[in-house]
Design a protein around this ligand. Structure first.
Ligand SMILES: NC(=O)c1ccc[n+]([C@@H]2O[C@H](COP(=O)([O-])OP(=O)(O)OC[C@H]3O[C@@H](n4cnc5c(N)ncnc54)[C@H](OP(=O)(O)O)[C@@H]3O)[C@@H](O)[C@H]2O)c1
Length: 469
């Protein structure tokens, strides 16, 4: 048998199992190569002098099987998977007629026999080993859905500017290795237990927003889905179009409908009496062609604003008007000329609401502030601006963080996602235009660099993870 050393991540369950097995089994020196390589996995997935544990995963399985088969036909493999990686393993031989202590006996009963390990599905994922490291394609296990969760085969994952910021600077993600990708469209391949079972079934086409946890993100071939932020894709919408939407929708929605300081406090159109509630009023959206801007324009239309003003390169005018913008103003105008353009708009009421969907102090936020009436409310996708209401005519800033598990967002995002299928079906919400990058997950590393080089113009960049070589 192979008994493993303690790792920091072990659950007490496994620790007690190991101490129990230590009493009942002898450690086989012939298997220690496998043993120490497998089990000395420290908290961040790396151990000095050894490659990160997940890199070893493929060979781990082969070594496990070899070591276990040396241990005899009744061997069992006991392992634990955390954040997608095998972190601790014990192979033990179940001896006939042997009296095991209760805890060990129950663990043996519930542990996976070898043929299950052989069948343990693996998938390709794009992993960032640590802050600043390059993206790399790797093999990791397919996650298993828990209560109220689904397992989704990722057909489409979209790229977002934040992916590159997380990779480079380690923002938002507390631990690495990290798997990113917040926009997912795919097919349900397994339904967990709980309420989810009545709501979704295998084969459903769904879209969902990823989270800040590896198993739930899109840069892999299979991801877990939280049923509350997953919606069925209507037949009229392709996986690609659906994949352009999730994060942009949630970001626009929380910024517009959350209360201050997380949003500009519009009455949600998802609430009774909310649809069309702002008839006769005006809203300004800085940066309409961005994915977030396109979602904000469509929400402004659902809220009934009569004047939906936005800035954009004028080549996007027709498309933005088809989404609901009433006035598209050239993004390249200096502030003074921009002011003059606003003054020309006949009947324009004072603008009490603004949304900066770009997050640049000079190029987008300044325009939102310029358009906004004193005491008006403005939301920005960049939550890091220094801003004092007192220095800005009483204008109030909402700082947006679209993280779906953050407490101010949980209820509002669930309200949106609860209505999403209906909104897509009716045509009230549309996805953006898109460009599919060939090569699957491997294409993401170059794709995300285009955000920093302003080489993404009015399209969402997508990949199809099953095209990964
Ligand atoms: N806080 C959060 O939780 C959160 C969540 C999601 C996104 N974000 C942030 O929101 C921003 C937008 O993300 P995204 O994915 O929607 O971007 P995106 O789709 O990549 O935006 C690109 C588009 O924005 C247009 N654009 C850029 N600067 C502009 C300006 N000053 N005025 C008008 N249009 C401009 C570009 O226009 P051209 O076609 O003329 O080049 C291009 O069409 C990013 O900074 C992102 O990090 C924040």
């Amino acid at each position: 048998m192979v008994c493993m050393r303690r790792s920091e991540n072990d659950s007490s369950d496994l620790r007690s199992l190991r101490s129990a097995t230590a009493e009942y089994c002898s450690i086989s020196s012939t298997s220690t190569v496998t043993g120490h390589t497998l089990c000395r996995t420290a908290r961040n997935g790396t151990v000095s002098g050894l490659p990160p544990c997940h890199v070893l995963l493929g060979s781990v399985k082969a070594q496990l099987l070899a070591a276990a088969s040396r241990s005899g036909a009744n061997s069992r493999v006991i392992y634990q998977i955390r954040r997608g990686y095998i972190i601790t393993v014990a192979i033990l031989q179940v001896l006939p007629n042997k009296q095991y202590p209760n805890k060990l006996a129950s663990r043996i009963r519930t542990s996976q026999p070898l043929h299950h390990i052989q069948q343990m599905a693996s998938q390709k994922a794009l992993v960032v080993l640590q802050k600043g490291a390059d993206f790399q394609v790797d093999s990791i296990p397919v996650p298993v859905p828990k209560n109220d969760e689904l397992l989704v085969k990722v057909k489409v994952a979209a790229l977002n500017p934040v992916d590159e910021k997380i990779r480079q600077f380690g923002i938002l993600f507390e631990t690495f290795p990290a798997i990113l990708g917040f926009d997912i469209a795919g097919e349900v391949v397994k339904v967990g237990e709980g309420e989810v079972a009545g709501k979704f079934k295998e084969g459903d086409r769904v879209l969902l927003e990823g989270g800040l946890s590896n198993e739930y993100d899109g840069f892999q071939q299979y991801a877990l889905a939280d049923a509350h932020t997953t919606a069925i894709i209507p037949d009229s919408i392709s996986y690609d179009e659906a994949g352009t939407l999730p994060l942009a929708l949630s970001t626009a929605y929380v910024g517009m409908y959350n209360t201050l300081p997380h949003g500009i406090e519009l009455k949600p159109f998802t609430a009774p009496g909310g649809t069309g509630a702002y008839s006769g009023q005006a809203i300004f959206i800085s940066g309409g062609p961005s994915s977030v801007g396109q979602a904000a324009i469509q929400f402004a239309k659902l809220s009934g604003f009569s004047y939906i003003l936005t800035t954009a390169s004028l080549k996007h005018t027709e498309h933005l008007k088809s989404l609901g913008a009433t006035h598209v103003i050239d993004r390249n105008l200096p502030l003074e000329a921009f002011r003059a353009e606003l003054a020309k708009i006949e009947g324009l009421p004072k603008i009490e609401y603004a949304y900066d969907s770009i997050g640049d102090v000079v190029a987008s936020f300044a325009y939102a502030l310029e358009a906004l009436a004193p005491n008006g409310k403005v939301a920005s996708v960049n939550p890091r601006f220094p801003f004092e209401s007192a220095d800005n005519n009483g204008k109030q800033l909402a700082r947006i963080s679209a993280v779906k598990t953050s407490p101010p967002n949980v209820d509002s995002i669930r309200a949106l996602w609860g209505d999403l299928t209906k909104l897509l079906e009716s045509g009230a919400l549309k996805g953006s235009r898109f460009e599919v990058l060939p090569g699957g997950l491997a294409a993401i590393a170059d794709g995300v660099k285009r955000f920093g080089q302003n080489q993404v113009s009015g399209v969402k960049l997508l990949v199809h993870p099953d095209e990964t070589a």
